[in-house]
Unconditional design. Structure first.
Length: 558
């Protein structure tokens, strides 16, 4: 095989491998989109839970780089603390090792079978779930086809004295050779921007016998450092906490690799203890099939051991990176959704989780508006500061509404399942309804200005108004709980309550007009009182529409 044939076979195999990883990842993401979103939303302050989230998400999407970039985005948006981010990054490092085990299965002879089994449901199934599973299976088949071509391209290199001499330094069993191999693995991973691809190339080189076993392990260690470049690049232009999250990933991997390098011979013996198969055993075709299992174990053992070693010291690690990356800004940074960058570079499920968190923030602001509005109305004196605060809250909801809508519209440009597309439309609808509720709360607050000292709301009208005010508030809270927990959303109860409030509003207006006709109130109050009731009725209507959108958002994927 001449040089040109080797190059195009290698590049073609690498391209097929990349395509297979992308196809498999996209298929798994589409199937498990709801699972990913729920896993992310389950994150709390528990460091073990954070590690579990990073592990599970990375296992599903088959990319630690995507998980760490997503984590940087969450920190930048103020949706995740630095210590939580460190836990997720630890878990992502463990989760990415599943790729090595998949590659080590050596299903090259069955790759076409995987493609054949996958394309049938991928093209002909009417169920979206089976379509995406079929595509994931096709992607897995392409992964092994790509590895097969890369291995074939590397085999002739063993017979090339010039090539073998050029890499002879890396093949040495000295600390200098180990360090050079680690550095090479790091640099190549930074260039390729995929630790999974570099792991596949390393396994192909070792399986073909081009590089010795210990050199391959050193390359794998270097690839762990090189994989941190994606998060570092993603942190450019973000706030200081996002930069710290990216840098702690690099710091953690560098320290871990340096520690293992000092005991690399012992580390190799430990790997051989867990995988008793002889890595130097040659098959009939001239390859070394066992070495891939040893490399997969090396990848797993390194990341699990490093996580167990550093997990108790998350707070200290956070303090160290905080000191290394001081906050030089004089102004307080405000979490902002759109500073996450282009959502086309993120998982749809992760983007949805972020937008869902922003919707909860928006709901909390609306709830604050409601409570402040009630205090404003109940106060004997007219407090202009409270009115100004309500108006300020309304402006904030306008901004969040705009940001969520624009963000989700960009997310919808990415490939996703039909179910995810429907969920995003529901989220946009929820944001619309929350913004409308905020508008009517502000309008209701402004009506307070119409009541002068001689025209104060008193008597039965005042009592009925605040009773209705509280009932509408309770109705909004009932709907809002569904945004937090779909299990508490009872649409039958919500619809019944909505109809009851509608009839109540009509009755209130009629009673007030009757009082005015009897001279109890000056006629000028009739218009204002009617507007107040209408505002509350509109809040009820938008809350009911929001309930429908929340129900659609939480609907199960069929």
């Amino acid at each position: 095989m001449d040089a040109f044939t080797i190059i195009y076979t290698l590049l073609g195999g690498l391209g097929i491998f990349f395509f297979g990883m992308k196809f498999m990842s996209d298929g798994l993401q589409a199937v498990a989109g709801d699972v990913i979103r729920k896993i992310i939303n389950s994150l709390n302050t528990n460091r073990f839970m954070a590690v579990g989230v990073g592990l599970l998400v990375t296992c599903i999407i088959q990319s630690s780089s995507v998980t760490t970039v997503m984590t940087v985005g969450f920190v930048n948006a103020g949706l995740m603390s630095l210590t939580q981010a460190i836990g997720v990054i630890f878990g992502a490092n463990i989760g990415t090792t599943i790729t090595g085990w998949i590659i080590s299965l050596k299903l090259n002879n069955h790759a076409l079978l995987l493609v054949g089994l996958g394309f049938i449901p991928g093209l002909f199934s009417k169920t979206e779930k089976w379509q995406h599973l079929g595509r994931a299976l096709v992607g897995l088949g392409f992964v092994f086809i790509g590895l097969h071509f890369m291995s074939d391209a590397f085999l002739p290199l063993r017979q090339n004295p010039g090539f073998m001499e050029s890499i002879s330094y890396f093949a040495g069993e000295t600390f200098g050779s180990y360090f050079a191999s680690i550095l090479m693995g790091c640099l190549l991973t930074m260039i390729v921007q995929s630790s999974a691809a570099m792991l596949g190339i390393t396994m192909a080189l070792a399986t073909s016998g081009v590089i010795p076993y210990h050199t391959a392990i050193a390359l794998v260690l270097g690839e762990n450092i090189g994989s941190t470049i994606s998060a570092v690049l993603a942190s450019i232009g973000t706030n200081v906490n996002a930069k710290r999250a990216a840098r702690v990933h690099a710091l953690f991997n560098v320290i871990s690799v340096m520690l293992v390098m000092l005991i690399l011979p012992s580390f190799i013996k430990l790997i051989d203890f867990f995988i008793p198969l002889n890595p130097a055993q040659m098959a009939e075709d001239g390859t070394f099939p066992n070495v891939s299992h040893h490399l997969a174990m090396a990848h797993t053992l390194f990341n699990v051991a490093a996580t167990l070693l550093f997990l108790p010291f998350i707070n200290q690690l956070a303090a160290m990176v905080t000191k290394l990356t001081p906050d030089k800004g004089t102004e307080k940074e405000v979490p902002h959704l759109l500073v996450l960058g282009d959502p086309s570079n993120m998982l749809p499920a992760a983007s949805m989780a972020q937008a869902e968190s922003e919707l909860r923030k928006m709901k909390e602001i609306v709830e604050r508006m409601y409570k402040l509005n009630r205090e404003f109305w109940l106060a004997d004196d007219y407090e202009s500061k409270k009115l100004a605060k309500i108006i300020d809250y309304e402006r904030i909801t306008d901004n969040i509404h705009k940001e969520i809508t624009v963000f989700l519209c960009y997310v919808m440009e990415k490939p996703m399942s039909h179910h995810q597309s429907e969920q995003i439309q529901s989220m946009i609808k929820i944001a619309d309804e929350l913004e409308s509720v905020a508008d009517y709360i502000e309008r209701l607050a402004n009506y307070r200005d119409r009541f002068k000292k001689a025209e104060t709301l008193i008597g039965d009208s005042r009592t009925e108004f605040f009773q209705f005010f509280d009932e509408v508030w309770n109705f909004f809270e009932l709907v809002g709980k569904g945004l937090e927990d779909s299990d508490v959303l009872d649409m039958g109860r919500i619809e019944s309550k909505s109809n009851e409030l509608q009839l109540w509003a009509d009755s209130m207006r009629e009673k007030h007009l009757d009082r005015i006709s009897k001279g109890t109130y000056p006629p000028v109050t009739a218009l204002t009182y009617s507007d107040m009731v209408v505002a509350l009725r509109k809040i009820r209507a938008h809350a009911f529409l929001m309930a429908g959108a929340i129900e659609n958002f939480h609907s199960k994927h069929e």
